[in-house]
Ligand binder design. Structure first.
Ligand SMILES: [Zn+2]
Length: 239
C-alpha cells in the first residue's frame, strides 16, 4: 500500500514535470509573465509579431503595430488568435496562449509551416544582395511567416506555396520586378494557397495585416509596405 502510494506520487510528479519541460523547450520564446492591455516591452513586441496576421475580422486597411505597447489593437488581434486556436478568448496572454504561440515556432526561428529556404532569392544569394542587409531580410521574412501562418489557418490549414519570397536586386531585375519591389526587402511573397483562387487568397490577406495585395492570374502578391515606411512605399496598395 505504501509502495503504491509512492509510485502514484512519482507518476503525479512526472505528469506535472513533463508539460513544464515541453513549455520550456529550448527553441521556444521564453515568456516570463502574463501579458495584457497596458503592458509593454520586448515580449509584447514578440507577441505582436506572432499575432500580426489577426489584424481584422473583415477586409480592413489596418495592421498590428510592432511597437512593444500592448494597446487595444493588439488585444483585438490576440482575441482573434485565441478564438481561432480554441483558447479562452479574453485578450490576456497567459501560459496557455503562450504555449500555442510557441507551438508555431521552429527551432531555427522560422515558423512551423514555413522554412527560410522557401523565401531565399532564386538566384542563389540567400538573403543577400537586397535593399537591406541579410539579417534585416531574415527578420522581415520571419515576421512575414507569422502573417502567412494566419492566412494558412484561415484557409483551413491548406498548404501555401511560396512562388517568390525575397529577391536580390539582381534577381528582381532579371524577372522584371518593379523598380522598388518590396520583394527586395524581404517583406513580400507571391503565394498560392492550395484549393483557393487568387481573389479568395486576397480576402484572407486583407484581414491579415497585409498592406500590399495584388492579384495575378495564378498567384497573389502580399506585402507589408505600410509598416516599413522607410522602404519607400508607405501607403496601402490594394488595386
Ligand atoms: Zn510579388
Amino acid at each position: 500500500m505504501k509502495l503504491m502510494a509512492k509510485w502514484a506520487g512519482l507518476l503525479l510528479a512526472m505528469a506535472i514535470v513533463v508539460p513544464l519541460f515541453s513549455a520550456q523547450d529550448a527553441s521556444a520564446y521564453s515568456w516570463t509573465r502574463t501579458l495584457s492591455e497596458g503592458t509593454s516591452g520586448a515580449d509584447v513586441k514578440e507577441l505582436q509579431v506572432r499575432v500580426a496576421g489577426w489584424a481584422a475580422d473583415s477586409a480592413s486597411k489596418t495592421y498590428v503595430g510592432v511597437d512593444g505597447q500592448f494597446g487595444p489593437g493588439t488585444k483585438a488581434a490576440v482575441i482573434r488568435f485565441q478564438r481561432a486556436y480554441g483558447l479562452t478568448a479574453d485578450g490576456v496572454v497567459g501560459p496557455a496562449t503562450q504555449a500555442v504561440l510557441n507551438g508555431l515556432e521552429s527551432s531555427d526561428g522560422s515558423t512551423s509551416n514555413f522554412n527560410f529556404t522557401e523565401f531565399h532569392s532564386k538566384d542563389g544569394t540567400g538573403f543577400s544582395g537586397g535593399k537591406v542587409d541579410a539579417n534585416t531580410v531574415k527578420e522581415n521574412v520571419r515576421r512575414l511567416m507569422y502573417k502567412l501562418e494566419a492566412v494558412r489557418k484561415k484557409s483551413g490549414n491548406k498548404s501555401i506555396t511560396i512562388n517568390s519570397g525575397f529577391r536580390s536586386i539582381n534577381h528582381n531585375a532579371s524577372v522584371g520586378g518593379a523598380s522598388n519591389s518590396q520583394h527586395m526587402y524581404g517583406i513580400a511573397a507571391d503565394i498560392v494557397v492550395s484549393g483557393y483562387t487568387p481573389p479568395s487568397v486576397a480576402n484572407f490577406a486583407k484581414t491579415s495585416g497585409f498592406s500590399g495585395v495584388i492579384l495575378y492570374s495564378s498567384f497573389t502578391h502580399v506585402d507589408s509596405r505600410a509598416e516599413y515606411a522607410s522602404y519607400g512605399s508607405p501607403s496601402f496598395y490594394w488595386p
